[in-house]
Ligand binder design. Structure first.
Ligand SMILES: [Fe+2]
Length: 376
């Protein structure tokens, strides 16, 4: 370890031991006098890291990037200019707020530096320490707000995810025969949808729709839902109302409005013989067609009160047989081509869900700082 690295490490350890709740600021300047002046300006207020060049500073960022909130860098340095260093930081650690100290007054150069480096602010030299202090405090405030927003967003997202999962689990638990059904339908739908080049938001909606596709069963009488045998015609009429009821339930929740028509159409059939509306072919939203396929495969490969589970191979041959009749023929073909992945997910759904879930994972934000100028 070089003496510089040792200093950095000691700096950081001491900082965190003594002032663990303070923000960390990296100061980069090739002139030792300037560096000391800057250190004196911020000492006590922030945890400080220092570097004498862009290259050295990059090493510091590589090591402590997650802990650094703000960088103050001089522009004119040998080997690597401040803008080049900050541009590299922007790529690896976009959340860090960046302030540039420069002697340049050329507006074009400054504007392109602001844009290229995602500068929060530049300070023209010479400057008063108090002026820099104000800029750094503002930058830290922005960093803190962004971090808190990010944390709050992910907390809300996690709460939403857990709520959806618990509703889904409660639905499945209403009937011993449907245990794990919604999760498996979600998995098969996601495996299929991933191959169709939908964007992440759409895939996340498919995930939610899979988990909630049977939410309308909340309104079904337990005597019908858990009947130990085939349903009578009257009972089946009641049961057939669950997609429309489910669609209404989710329509009331803004975040779930997109999936309402998907929930409603998960029992429609390609040839128009499904329910509730007897929609045909591409009248059925593609997500509805995907969930219908996943739902039927899971129904076939699960034990029911009136029959035993079909083998995976038998269920696949049934899908082949009913492609273009009950199922969208292209989706059925895709499903069959993915049968190995689907069979694996069926055997170990929790592990597969860990792999495919989008909703269950936090968003990794790219925080960008709004550039502002000293003059503005
Ligand atoms: Fe259903």
């Amino acid at each position: 370890m070089s003496s510089c690295e040792l200093n950095q490490s000691l700096d950081l350890v001491l900082s965190f031991l003594n002032k663990e709740d303070k923000y960390t600021v990296l100061i980069v300047d090739d002139e030792e006098n300037n560096l000391q002046l800057l250190k004196r300006t911020f000492r006590g207020q922030y945890n400080l890291l220092t570097a004498h060049s862009g290259l050295e500073a990059l090493e510091v960022v590589k090591q402590y990037g997650d802990q650094i909130s703000l960088i103050v860098s001089d522009q004119k340095m040998p080997q690597m200019e401040g803008t080049e260093f900050l541009r590299k930081v922007r790529e690896t650690n976009p959340q860090i707020i960046k302030i540039l100290l420069t002697g340049h007054v050329d507006t074009d150069i400054l504007v392109s530096a602001i844009n290229d480096c995602d500068l929060f602010q530049y300070i023209l030299k010479p400057f008063e320490p108090e002026e820099l202090k104000i800029a750094v405090d503002r930058g830290i405030t922005k960093y803190s707000l962004s971090s808190n927003n990010k944390m709050l967003y992910n907390e809300l997202r996690d709460l939403f995810y857990k709520t959806i999962r618990s509703i889904s689990n409660s639905l499945d638990a209403k009937d011993a025969y449907t245990n794990g059904h919604s999760l498996r339908v979600t998995l098969y739908s996601m495996i299929l949808a991933r191959k169709l080049n939908f964007d992440k938001t759409y895939l996340e909606d498919i995930e939610i729709a899979g988990l909630l596709h049977d939410i309308g069963k909340i309104a079904m009488p337990q005597s019908i839902l858990c009947k130990n045998g085939r349903l009578t015609d009257e009972e089946f009429i009641v049961m057939k109302s669950h997609p429309a009821i489910g669609a209404k339930i989710v329509l009331n929740i803004k975040k779930l409005q997109t999936i309402s028509s998907w929930v409603k159409t998960h029992h429609e059939k390609w040839d128009g013989t499904g329910y509730p509306d007897g929609l045909k072919g591409e009248e059925i939203p593609i997500a509805g067609r995907i969930i219908a396929l996943a739902d039927t495969y899971d129904a076939m490969t699960s034990t029911r009160p009136y029959r035993k589970a079909l083998l995976h191979e038998v269920a696949i041959s049934e899908i082949k047989k009913w492609a273009g009749v009950q199922f969208d023929p292209k989706l059925a073909e895709l499903f069959i081509s993915l049968e190995k992945e689907i069979d694996e997910a069926r055997k170990n759904p929790e592990a597969a869900y860990e792999k495919y879930s989008i909703l269950g994972k936090n968003i990794d934000f790219k925080i960008t700082s709004e550039a502002s100028t000293q003059a503005s």
